[in-house]
Design a protein around this ligand. Structure first.
Ligand code: PXP
Length: 241
């Protein structure tokens, strides 16, 4: 199972003071050296962490892949076509939210998402839709022609009741198998950390996890590369169970 390291919160620390450090370029390079399979970043409409120039500076430096998370808007499409990341993950976005709080509603916003997906596909960019573990959303994704889903694990991560968490995990397993049967590549992410990633890593159909906040937080105490390697170890442990 691959690990995409989300470096948004390296930029959050930089933006908190308007400095030019910590360098997201250094973070990405070291992440790749530590074993990251791709570098994920979210250019938000309000530019609260990543800035446009970050994408342009980062793209030629990466030796793995750039996975750009963005809203399905004309503004973001134009930037994506210009930067040409290998992957784009379309996410819902609300200005007032602290982080991406829910999955895309592919059914309600079908036409807009389809338009953006087609334009990205024509530019040879692999499109992933960030959705809740829900059959109807998987069906809509397959119909629309996006080749990848990223299952939103935020609800699983936030649940404190063990039974409810197990139920959500079962749902993620079931949807992963269902999506793979439909020919979709299955990724997952959001809210995963060093204690809850193992059960998600057990799901054989998942190709890649995208993880950011927990790794940046752990890096404060054990260092950036160690935090990435430790996350990979936790994923390996889960896969061996
Ligand atoms: N995947 C997607 C689509 C996201 O929007 C985010 C958050 O930017 C993540 C994964 C990573 O979430 P976290 O920072 O909680 O690990």
């Amino acid at each position: 199972m691959k690990l995409g390291v989300n470096i948004d919160h390296i930029a959050t620390i930089r933006q908190a003071r308007g400095t030019d450090y910590p360098s997201i370029l250094e973070a990405a390079t070291l992440a790749e050296q530590a074993g990251a399979d791709s570098i994920t970043l979210h250019l938000r409409e309000d530019r609260r962490h990543m800035q446009d120039r970050d994408l342009y500076e980062l793209k030629p430096l990466l030796t793995t892949k750039m996975n750009l998370e963005m809203a399905a808007t004309a503004e973001m499409l134009a930037i994506a076509l210009d930067v040409a990341p290998q992957d784009v993950c379309l996410v819902p976005e609300r200005r007032e939210e602290r982080t991406t709080e829910g999955g895309l509603d592919v059914i309600t916003h079908y036409q807009q998402i389809e338009k953006i997906t087609q334009a990205l596909k024509e530019a040879d960019i692999r499109v992933s839709l960030f959705i809740a573990p829900d059959k109807a959303q998987v069906d809509a994704t397959a119909k629309l022609g996006a080749p990848v889903i990223e299952i939103h694990t935020g609800h699983y991560a936030n649940l404190t009741d063990a039974n409810l968490q197990q139920q959500e995990l079962n749902k993620i397993k079931m949807i992963s198998a269902y999506a793979q049967e439909k020919g979709l590549v299955v990724n997952a992410g959001h809210g995963l950390h060093y204690e809850n990633v193992q059960q998600i890593a057990q799901i054989k159909q998942i190709d890649e996890l995208n993880i950011g906040h927990a790794i940046v937080a752990k890096a404060i105490f054990i260092g950036w590369e160690n935090a990435i390697q430790l996350m990979k170890q936790c994923m390996d442990e889960g896969q061996k169970r």
